[in-house]
Design a protein around this ligand. Structure first.
Ligand code: G3H
Ligand code: 13P
Ligand code: ZN
Length: 306
């Protein structure tokens, strides 16, 4: 059943849990994520980036997710992740997405408000939810100054103004996480005080990007079979749980699935060098992704909520 992010996240906020937003680029990931979510009766957000649309093709990726939504009995949404191109955002709003993110986080405050408001005005009449972003996604390292820290993190006062003036349904905030497999040079550090302050000032659900844990067992397995991943570091599970308790209602995961998929495919290829059947190694990758998603759903507390 296809629903909006607003429906999923308002319920998550009321119930103090988070819904996972999992990135997809192909059929195996759509199947893995929705299978895991259905098994655990969890709502789920299928996140599609502009890069994913370019890779898979708009109609392919939309129809894959809509098919999954039809055959699964759990509520799921089709969400544009990090929308920046207005033409793509418009196509998503009119072409079956139930939610879009407008990422104006790289823009000055007033420009971010202007583009975000524009997207809200186009999306709301069509019943499509909108996620905005304020702040810079980057790690807060040990030697960072107070001024540098403040320049990166979402400002709680600005957040109130941003939400009021744009009318977004949810807000992605910067609190020390970043995208990819290399999130921290030193100890992982999230600005929990900042999450609490922002949550205290606004009533819409908050979103945590860059939340992958970068499981070192998966990294080691990928490396054992030929990958070269060194110095990877992610957000510890207990930090994610704490962030959810403080008001995070949507947690974005891509890197953890990428690494698990990579490790499984590499292992499968290496253990069957005589094999030529893509269903064998892609099937192993698909199962590895489903395993990651099951663990995340349990961590976020959304099991049984769908
Ligand atoms: O935050 C971005 C997601 O991990 C998607 O990445 O733009 O390479 O598709 P992508
Ligand atoms: P990770 O790179 O930590 O998985 O974050 C994904 C994300 O934020 C997608 O928008
Ligand atoms: Zn992101």
């Amino acid at each position: 059943m296809l629903v909006t992010n607003k429906e999923l996240l308002d319920a998550a906020k009321a119930g103090v849990y988070a819904v996972g937003a999992f990135n997809v680029n192909n059929m195996e990931f759509v199947q893995a994520i929705t299978t895991a979510a259905e098994e655990l009766r969890s709502p789920v957000i299928i996140a599609v980036s502009e890069g994913a649309i370019k890779y898979a093709g708009f109609d392919y990726i939309v129809d894959l997710v809509r098919l999954a939504a039809r055959e699964r009995s759990i509520p799921l949404s089709l969400h544009l992740d990090h929308g920046r191109d207005m033409a793509v955002i418009d196509r998503c709003i009119g072409g079956g997405f139930t939610s879009v993110m407008i990422d104006g986080s790289h823009l000055p405050f007033e420009e971010n408000i202007a583009v975000t408001r524009e997207v809200v005005e186009r999306a709301k009449p069509k019943g499509v939810s909108v996620e905005g972003e304020l702040g810079r996604l980057a790690g807060i390292e040990d030697n960072i100054s107070v001024e540098e820290r403040d320049a990166l993190l979402t400002d709680p006062v600005e957040a109130v103004e941003f939400v009021e003036r744009t009318g977004v349904d949810s807000l992605a905030i910067a609190v020390g996480t970043s995208h990819g497999a290399y999130k921290f040079k030193g100890e992982p550090r999230l600005a929990f005080d900042r999450i609490e302050e922002i949550a205290g000032g606004i009533s819409i659900p908050l979103v945590l990007h860059g939340a992958s844990g970068v499981n070192q067992t998966h990294v080691a397995l990928a490396n054992e079979f030929g990958a070269k991943l060194a110095g990877t570091k992610g957000v510890p599970d207990d930090a994610v749980v704490r962030a959810v308790r403080l008001g995070i209602c949507k947690v974005n995961i891509d890197t953890d699935m990428r690494i698990a998929f990579l490790a499984a495919v590499r292992q499968s290829l290496s253990e069957k060098p005589e094999g030529i059947d893509p269903r064998s190694y892609l099937g192993s990758g698909r199962e590895a992704v489903a395993k990651v998603v099951r663990a995340k759903i349990k961590l976020f507390g959304s099991a049984g909520k769908g």
